[in-house]
Design a binder for this molecule. Structure first.
Ligand code: 5GP
Ligand code: MN
Length: 332
C-alpha cells in the first residue's frame, strides 16, 4: 500500500468517487464517510456513500444521511454506482471481510482502493494507497488530517465539522479514551472557532433514546449481566427471543457493552447478541488486556486493543461455553 499522498493528484480533477465503510456502521463509520463526502463535493467531485447494511437510527439527523445508499436493500443501484466510480475510499475498516455483501464486488473492482482507517492489522495488499494508524482516535480525525494534508482546511464547513465531531466523540467515549490527544482537541478547537454547536450533537446522539431502548438496557443490566472471575469479567448474552419484545431500532445495542466496565472490579466486558441465527460478540477491556487478538484468534474478528468484535455461527449455548473456557486465560 502506497502512502495517501499518491492520490492527491487524482483528486485535482473531478471524479466519480465511491465511499464505503464497515457493516453495522457506527457513528465513526458514517461520520467519516459523510465528512469525506461533503469535502469531496466542495472540491467538485461526485461522491456517493454506500454502506453494507442499515444505518443506526440515532444518526438519522446527520447532514447528508439521506443520500447514503444501503447495499443490502438496493444492490443494483449500488453496483451501478460502483461500476461508474473512478476511485473507491474504504473508511473505518481494514479488511474486506468487514463489508459483508460488498466484499466480492470490492475484491473484483478494477479501480484503486484507498484506505483510511485506525484498526490493527490491515489487509494492506488489497489497497492501492492509504493511511492506517491504530494510534488515531477515530477515522473522523484521520479525515480531518487528510483534508489538512491536501491543504484544504478552508473548505471545512459546518456539515463536515458536525460529521467529523460525531465520530470523534463516539470513538473516544466523549473525549476520555487515551487516544484523545492534543490533535483531537485542536481539531475540535478549529471546528468551534468556525461556529460548531457541539452540545446539540451530544443531545442528538445520547439523549435521543426511545423508551423501549431504555427498558431493554435496564433488562440487560438487571436480568442478563453475569459477573464472574472474582468480579473481573462481565458477560451479557441476549438471544433473538430475548431481544425481540423490545422492538429495537438499528444501533440500539450500541454502548451497552461499555456499561459493565463502570463496575470497579470489571476488567473485561463481553456482549453477545443474536440476529438471524448469527451471534455478534463485542469485547471491551481496561488496561493491558488485548481483546483484539483474542477476538481474532477465537471469534473470527478483530478491532482495537481494548475494543473489538467478532462473530459465531454456533448456538448461544456452544458460543458461551467456548467463550467462558477461553476468556479467563487473558484476565490476569
Ligand atoms: P463493536 O463491538 O462496537 O461492534 O466493535 C468494536 C470495534 O471492533 C470496532 O472498531 C469495530 O470496527 C471492530 N469490530 C467489530 N466487529 C468486528 C469483526 O467482526 N471483525 C473485525 N475485524 N473487527 C470488528
Ligand atoms: Mn472507528
Amino acid at each position: 500500500m502506497l502512502s495517501i499522498d499518491h492520490i492527491f493528484q487524482a483528486l485535482e480533477s473531478p471524479k466519480k468517487i465511491f465511499i464505503t465503510t464497515h457493516q453495522k456502521p457506527d457513528a465513526d463509520a458514517i461520520g467519516s464517510s459523510l465528512g469525506l463526502y461533503h469535502y469531496l463535493k466542495q472540491k467538485g467531485h461526485q461522491p456517493t456513500v454506500v454502506v453494507p447494511n442499515e444505518l443506526p437510527d440515532f444518526l438519522h439527523w446527520m447532514p447528508g444521511v439521506d443520500t447514503v445508499l444501503n447495499f443490502e436493500s438496493e444492490p443494483k443501484t449500488c453496483m451501478g454506482v460502483l461500476k461508474e466510480a473512478e476511485l473507491i475510499f474504504c473508511l473505518d475498516f481494514n479488511h474486506l471481510s468487514r463489508v459483508k455483501l460488498l466484499e466480492a464486488p470490492l475484491r473484483n473492482a478494477v479501480q484503486p482502493l484507498i484506505l483510511i482507517d485506525h484498526h490493527l492489522q490491515p489487509e494492506a495488499e488489497v489497497f492501492y494507497a492509504g493511511t492506517s494508524d491504530p494510534e488515531k482516535s477515530s477515522t473522523c480525525e484521520m479525515i480531518y488530517d487528510f483534508i489538512l494534508q491536501v491543504g484544504d482546511q478552508e473548505l471545512i464547513n459546518d456539515d463536515i465539522a458536525r460529521c467529523l465531531y460525531t465520530g470523534a466523540m463516539t470513538d473516544t467515549g466523549s473525549f476520555r479514551f487515551p487516544a484523545t490527544n492534543a490533535n483531537v482537541h485542536e481539531m475540535i478547537a478549529f471546528f468551534k472557532k468556525r461556529g460548531l454547536q457541539h452540545s446539540r450533537i451530544h443531545e442528538d446522539v445520547y439523549d435521543s433514546w426511545t423508551e423501549n431502548r431504555m427498558r431493554f438496557i435496564g433488562y440487560a443490566m438487571h436480568q442478563k449481566m453475569e459477573v464472574s472471575a472474582n468480579g473481573k469479567l462481565a458477560i451479557i448474552a441476549l438471544s433473538e427471543e430475548e431481544i425481540r419484545p423490545f422492538n429495537l431500532l438499528a444501533g440500539d445495542t450500541e454502548g451497552l457493552v461499555n456499561m459493565p466496565l463502570g463496575i470497579n472490579t470489571v476488567k473485561v466486558s463481553v456482549l453477545l447478541t443474536q440476529k438471524n441465527g448469527l451471534i455478534k460478540l463485542s469485547f471491551r477491556s481496561k488496561g493491558q488486556i488485548d481483546v483484539s487478538s483474542f477476538s481474532r484468534e477465537y471469534f473470527n474478528g478483530g478491532g482495537h486493543f481494548n475494543a473489538a468484535g467478532g462473530s459465531s455461527e454456533e448456538s448461544m449455548e456452544v458460543t458461551l461455553k467456548k467463550l467462558k473456557s477461553l476468556i479467563t486465560n487473558i484476565i490476569p
